[in-house]
Ligand binder design. Structure first.
Ligand code: FE
Ligand code: CA
Length: 574
């Protein structure tokens, strides 16, 4: 006999007898009816249903004038997915960024935003207000429409009397534009515990139209610094591998607290995709050895949710699924096919790892992109009218034999582990005579340049496209110009360049040629390293393959006017 049992029986008696019972039935009927009509009621704003309808509403309050214990825009601002008339703006309210829920209460908070043509916000062209919801850890996504194509904009947020840093962004040019040049960079792999984001500090100083992040924005590992970030102590909850939704959220907050990554986000629009570590190392669709698929999909849902909450992308996930592959055009000059090589792939062949004799990797039934994405990609390549056709994705596509011994050793996690899937893409490039195919990759923490061959086992077969592999921002710590992989990797005849330091790749694309500059820093174990161009390669229009050019060649001014960097505005927010 307990108080709980008594309370339960009272409740049951009350419902089962007399007036209470009829009231209860009436309420049940009303509830059923309301749920069926819910869409109509919500859409038309009818309030005649009074109390019953109130009980269906979420109970979270809206804080009209929020008061923060600390500055709420601690994670900076970002923009991304530029279209000719639109760009997505992002921020998150997190006054105590390493606390649960960023130190925010479970209330809805109105956030205002402005987009201006000038960095001082004298010419505001779009503005509005949106609700930051606790369900999404008070992240904010604004898909600003009605912008002019191919020009810079400046943006900022305001909430509870606090104003965010100013971000600079840029819309894509109109589809018919004959663009004379596009400048962009690829970045990837930024293990916080491996070193400082010095490369991002330099990236923010570059003159770019857009940045592409090719994955491993964060790592699921427990954050015990490898010596890359000395003297930092963190809450104990960072000492475990991420599985819960809040684990992933806390990691994004930690990574985004860094001032250098904030500067790089604030300087350009980013187009982001993911690799494996945004969820867990080497996962494949619903498969990972850590847990059975039904449990793993819950973890994946947590990871995808947190990814979306912290990235300037348009579409949120639906449960454990998130549509991330998409296409961006920059006039007639460049089309980016942004791929997702994780969510739909078959499990790695032969138990994953490096394999010398794996028949399974040759099975034509196996897929890396999944049938829908593969068809979407092949259809897009066949019908593209762009001069340069880019595959922006995660993992090295060119064949990569890891061994100097007799025989070949391939990584089952790379395209080598899905050879027929690669062959289908290469065949389509040839069959449709796709104009200037360019593959961009990350993942292996090395700067490399490679040629895509019609048949990798035949060195005399034609070069079909060019691949640029970008190194990591910090993963792998300082690195070196050459390490133990230099010799075996360069022994692959189609691999033309190797370096194992940290940095990014900067691209200049013009109608007549594409140039890639491999920008590297000598160390990341402490801040302040200078950046240099380690090597530059050119691909000429209509001639796939790599030509190494002198270090730091003068490229000349590409834009008509220097775009001023973001600065704190002088015009009050109104
Ligand atoms: Fe990585
Ligand atoms: Ca990876």
């Amino acid at each position: 006999m307990t108080l709980h049992a008594d309370a339960a029986s009272d409740y049951t008696r009350g419902v089962a007898s007399g007036q209470s019972a009829s009231l209860w039935r009436a309420w049940e009927d009303e509830r059923q009816r309301l749920w069926k009509r819910r869409g109509f009621v919500a859409a038309s704003g009818l309030s005649a249903l009074g109390l019953a309808f109130d009980m269906l509403r979420p109970s979270l309050a809206t804080a009209a004038t929020p008061k923060f214990r600390a500055y709420p825009f601690s994670l900076g601002v970002a923009s991304g997915d530029p279209l000719p008339d639109s760009v997505v703006l992002w921020t998150r309210l997190a006054p105590e960024p390493l606390e649960n829920f960023g130190g925010m209460d479970a209330v809805r908070v109105p956030v205002q935003w402005q987009v201006a043509e000038d960095p001082k916000f004298r010419r505001v062209v779009r503005s509005g207000s949106t609700l930051a919801l606790p369900e999404y850890v008070h992240s904010v996504h604004v898909d600003v429409r009605g912008l002019k194509p191919g020009r810079p904009y400046y943006y900022r947020f305001r909430c509870g009397g606090e104003i965010s840093a100013v971000g600079r962004t840029r819309t894509a040019p109109a589809p018919s534009t004959d663009l004379s040049a596009l400048r962009f960079a690829i970045v990837s792999c930024q293990a916080w515990f491996d070193g400082f984001y010095t490369a991002y500090r330099h990236l923010a100083e570059e003159d770019l139209d857009v940045v592409l992040h090719l994955g491993d924005y964060l790592y699921e590992y427990s954050v015990r610094t490898n010596g890359g970030r000395p003297g930092v102590s963190l809450p104990e909850k960072f000492e475990r591998v991420t599985t819960l939704l809040n684990d992933y959220r806390d990691r994004y907050a930690l990574y985004k607290l860094d001032p250098d990554i904030q500067a790089a986000h604030a300087a350009f629009p980013w187009i982001v995709t993911w690799d494996d570590h945004e969820v867990v190392n080497n996962y494949a669709d619903e498969n990972h050895p850590s847990m059975p698929p039904e449990d793993f999909l819950v973890r994946r849902a947590n990871a995808y949710r947190a990814f979306w909450e912290h990235m300037p992308v348009r579409n949120p996930p639906t449960g454990p699924d998130m549509g991330l592959y998409r296409r961006f055009s920059f006039g007639r000059l460049v089309e980016f096919n942004v791929l997702d090589t994780r969510q739909y792939r078959d499990d790695q062949a032969c138990g994953d790892g490096l394999r010398t004799d794996c028949e399974e990797r040759l099975d034509p039934q196996r897929t890396l992109l999944g049938p829908d994405q593969e068809n979407w990609l092949l259809d897009g390549l066949a019908s593209s009218t762009a001069r340069w056709n880019v595959l922006a994705q995660q993992i090295m596509m060119a064949q990569l034999d890891f061994t100097l011994e007799p025989g070949q050793a391939f990584s089952m996690d790379l395209w080598d582990g899905y050879k027929p899937a690669r062959d289908r893409i290469v065949s389509a490039l040839i069959e449709h005579n796709v104009s200037n195919p360019v593959v961009l990759s990350g993942d292996i923490h090395r700067s490399m340049a490679a040629e895509i061959k019609a048949r990798f086992d035949d060195p005399d077969s034609p070069v079909v496209g060019t691949e640029f592999i970008g190194t990591s921002i910090s993963s792998g710590m300082d690195g070196a110009d050459r390490d133990e992989f230099a010799e075996p990797f360069l022994a692959n005849p189609h691999v033309k360049f190797y370096n194992a330091q940290r940095g990014y790749v900067r691209f200049t694309v013009m109608p007549e040629r594409l140039q890639a500059d491999y920008r590297v820093v000598p160390y990341v174990h402490e801040p302040g390293a200078q950046i240099t161009t380690r090597a530059s390669f050119v691909t000429e229009d209509g001639k796939p393959g790599l030509i190494q050019v002198a270090d730091n060649p003068p490229i000349g001014r590409l834009f008509s006017a220097q775009i001023p960097p973001p600065e704190q505005p002088v015009t009050p927010y109104e």
